[in-house]
Design a protein around this ligand. Structure first.
Ligand code: 26M
Length: 822
């Protein structure tokens, strides 16, 4: 078909249909009569895999033969979502599969709905990793993603009387068709124990770590199919198991049950993803997770290198680059030193030179509570040898680098030291990452500036060339082509069919932005997408919404800095205006939320509850005649995002300036024709630059103004007393208007905005936000203007293709060559 990618996988509908049926029989042991939807889904995946695995093997073989330099993307999170539809898109077989299932009397979309999300991530950072492995494969770069094979991904969310409850996510309870176990590549990982200092006959010092425990790391591979299916890279996820070898003694001593207890502890390591987002958990198990997967990955990398180069380490840094997805895998740096110094017996300087050429670090946040620190005491217990190595890295750095650049300046030394002195000594993973890496990047222009200016100013003056920017991107294959097929088909009627890999080609649509025929077609598709979402809303919440209303969407993790509470108080203000004046001029509006709160984040959960309670009241208030609806869709995740994003009219990107490193949902929404209402934060700034001022609505304080206001002494009460609407809305939280019979149940929201100081300046930005919404209302009521804005957003988002981000990484950091796979 014309709109599909041309891939090298030629299969007819009949062949694909036969393959599905064959797998139903030989892989699943069932037949057409007994099979349920889940079985058909599994068989369809198997039919796809038959094509994909071959390419994966071919890719690995070619990379090995050509001995290519490769990037190793180390990340605690890969938020992959569903893979069937995406893999079909990328191998160009969506229409073939659709027809094959059709002939079997099955509905393609229903079969796709059987797939559980691969939710091995929390939010932006994990989803970015998933987009990047997609782009790396699409662009034919040798790359491997390394992470943890969590048994339970991010919890699923339900609402119980408006409050979030968490349930475990079991994505592979009955097996998952995309993964292959690789027992031949198992690794053994040491933990705990003590370090012995030895001297050889030449008086040379040697450190020997006697671990207290050995854990087995079992790799599972998931194929990552590039668009066009030339390169199929792999995502390698490590599962922890008890080491049989280590437990022998215990067994023989008759301690069968004790051994089982140790097994449970070992298997706990990869049991569950920590559900924090932008806060540090500081838990021992988390440190062990980090070390476990870094150590497994480095052993894997070293094994592969040695197969080609033996014991000659001189080419290692030419062949290997490891990208650290935030500081979470920073323990890889001292682990690499340990392998080189203790195991390969390289001299320290030689080892350090290699290390500093191999690692690069991406920073994803400036929030102080998210900057990782581990207590020295914990380190000493879990990773005693690594603590020694960190001390050595630190003292050499302080003497050879800091003392030379800032002679005698103890205060600079205190700031740059990896060790934070205090009543409890801490290891600062950010400082370790900067010192051990050859490049450090932020994820949007403004964020990278702040990384240099506010987070690491002294490091930046030591090594100005180390710091750089790579603005985030998203894969247009999943986030346009596959999730919004109707708009994709319309685009393909007007733009070269290869726009999914050359997203800048969308700029051609700008010529059509005022063409009334195109506007009609474009807005008709938006309406159809909204009708689809309205059905989902009805199914999930029971609320009926009018698809012709303005759909205003805020989807992201629930965090105070992202300011869902600002959205809420503004909605309450609208409600109040409607109550006071039933003729208040505004288009029908539906406010839609999707967000999970970290289970231990009290205020985030209160905000969810407040939104649900206000929604209950407003949605059932006949006085406002359906002019305002509020829905909070439960269990926001990648597959739900794929249904929401194509239906958005307005995209809420309202973080306090300086707090959102980049954002990536902002890009996905704009690409699908949503108009951004946003602050000058993260990638919003670059989105506004690309789309043009007329096609976004910007409001609120700038980064500089935030700093000014904070240093002048921000007092939220000033805004409360000066603005009647703010006062009235906040006072509403004190009574039982939204929580009948339970007055004050929502009062924590008011307290956080007044008594606790309104950390993220919601009240300071309220008036400006309210004006911005009035502007949106006017623009939306003018259909032609709105259509033009929506189209211009799609037309100008080419920059935010993750392929562009990857090419930036390749040129500025990784220095890779593409590798053609036959
Ligand atoms: C930390 C400690 C223990 C457990 C979990 C964590 C942790 C997990 C995820 C901390 C932070 C995590 O993610 C942060 C994140 O998602 N940052 C976002 O990264 C995106 C991609 O660069 C940006 O677009 C977002 O602005 C940024 O908030």
């Amino acid at each position: 078909a014309a709109t599909e990618v041309k891939s090298n996988l030629d299969v007819t509908v009949d062949e694909f249909q036969q393959s599905i049926v064959r797998h139903l029989h030989v892989s699943l042991g069932t037949d057409e009569n007994k099979a349920n939807s889940k079985a058909w889904w599994t068989a369809t995946c198997a039919a796809v895999n038959e094509l994909v695995f071959e390419r994966a093997t071919q890719t690995q073989k070619t990379h090995y033969k050509k001995d290519t330099r490769a990037v190793h993307y180390l990340s605690l999170e890969f938020l992959m979502g569903r893979l069937l539809k995406n893999n079909l898109t990328n191998v160009g077989l969506t229409e073939i599969a659709q027809q094959a299932l059709d002939k079997l009397g099955l509905d393609f979309h229903k079969i796709c709905e059987e797939e559980p999300d691969l939710a091995l991530g929390n939010g932006g950072l994990g989803r970015l990793a998933a987009c990047y492995v997609d782009s790396l494969a699409t662009l034919d770069f040798p790359a491997i993603g390394y992470g943890i094979h969590y048994e339970h991904g991010l919890f699923t969310q339900a609402f119980l009387e408006g409050r979030q409850v968490e349930r475990p996510d079991s994505w592979r309870e009955y097996g998952n068709p995309w993964e292959i176990c690789r027992p031949e590549s198992v690794q053994e990982i040491p933990l705990y124990g003590y370090v012995e200092t030895k001297y050889d006959d030449k008086g040379q010092i040697h450190k020997e770590w006697h671990p207290g425990r050995i854990i087995k790391g079992v790799p599972w591979d998931i194929p990552v199919v590039g668009y066009g299916a030339k390169t199929v890279n792999i995502l390698r996820l490590w599962e922890s198991r008890a080491s049989d070898f280590f437990n022998w003694d215990v067994f023989n001593a008759g301690g069968y049950l004790d051994a089982q207890v140790e097994n449970v502890q070992a298997e706990t390591i990869s049991k569950v993803l920590y559900p924090n987002d932008n806060t540090d958990a500081g838990k021992e198990l988390r440190l062990i997770q980090q070390y476990f997967f870094c150590a497994c990955s480095i052993k894997d990398i070293v094994r592969r290198y040695k197969r080609a180069h033996g014991d000659d380490w001189s080419k290692f840094a030419e062949q290997v680059v490891m990208q650290l997805n935030d500081t979470h895998p920073a323990i890889a740096i001292p682990e690499m030193m340990r392998i080189l110094v203790d195991r390969a017996e390289l001299k320290w300087d030689q080892a350090w030179t290699i290390c500093q050429k191999v690692f690069a670090y991406t920073n994803h946040t400036l929030l102080p509570e998210a900057l990782e620190k581990w207590s020295v005491r914990l380190f000493e217990k879990v990773l005693p040898r690594h603590l020694e190595i960190i001390y050595e890295i630190n003292s050499r750095f302080l003497e050879d680098v800091v003392e030379v650049a800032f002679p005698g300046d103890d205060s600079v030394k205190r700031k740059l030291s990896i060790i934070e002195e205090g009543h409890e000594k801490m290891v600062r993973m950010g400082n370790l990452s900067v010192i051990g890496s050859f490049k450090v990047n932020g994820v949007a222009e403004i964020h990278s500036k702040l990384v240099k200016k506010d987070l690491f100013p002294e490091f930046n003056s030591l090594w100005p060339d180390k710091f750089t920017n790579v603005t985030n991107g998203v894969t247009p294959r999943r986030w346009l082509k596959s999730c919004n097929p109707k708009l994709s088909n319309l685009i393909s009627e007007h733009v070269d069919a290869d726009w999914p890999v050359h997203l800048n080609k969308l700029s051609k649509l700008a010529d059509l932005a005022t063409d009334s025929k195109f506007q009609k077609a474009y807005m008709q598709i938006k309406l159809e997408n909204k009708i689809e979402l309205a059905k989902v809303i009805k199914e999930l919440t029971g609320v009926e919404v009018d698809p012709t209303a303005l759909f205003d969407i805020q989807i992201k993790r629930l965090h105070e800095y992202k300011r869902q509470q600002l959205n809420l108080i503004h909605i309450m203000a609208l409600y109040r205006r409607l109550l006071q004046n039933p003729d208040y001029d505004m288009p029908k509006r539906v406010f839609i939320f999707g967000a999970k709160a970290a289970p231990g984040y009290y205020m985030a959960k209160e905000i969810i509850y407040a939104i649900n309670k206000v929604a209950d009241k407003v949605n059932n208030d006949e006085r406002i005649k359906d002019k305002l609806k509020i829905v909070f869709l439960p269990n926001y995740r990648v597959s739900l995002a794929e249904k929401m994003i194509p239906a958005a009219d307005v995209s809420e990107q309202i973080s306090l300036a300086g707090k959102e490193a980049s954002g990536t949902g902002n890009m996905k929404l704009a690409l699908n024709g949503a108009v951004t209402i946003g602050t000058l934060d993260g990638a919003n700034i670059e989105i506004a630059e690309e789309a043009g001022e007329d096609n976004v609505v910007i409001f609120g304080l700038t980064v500089d103004e935030v700093k000014e206001l904070k240093s002048a002494g921000y007092n939220p009460w000033d805004y409360y007393y000066a603005n009647n609407e703010i006062k009235a809305v906040l006072d509403w939280f004190d009574c039982d208007y939204f929580t009948p019979g339970k007055p004050g149940e929502l009062a924590e929201i008011k307290r956080s905005l007044l008594d606790y100081g309104d950390t993220y300046l919601s009240l300071a930005d309220f008036a400006s936000y309210s004006e911005a919404h009035k502007k949106i209302d006017k623009l939306f009521q003018d259909e032609k203007t709105w259509a033009k804005m929506a189209i211009m957003n799609t037309a100008t988002m080419g920059k935010f293709n993750s392929d562009r981000s990857i090419l930036d990484y390749v040129q500025n950091i990784w220095n890779l060559d593409t590798c053609d796979i036959k």
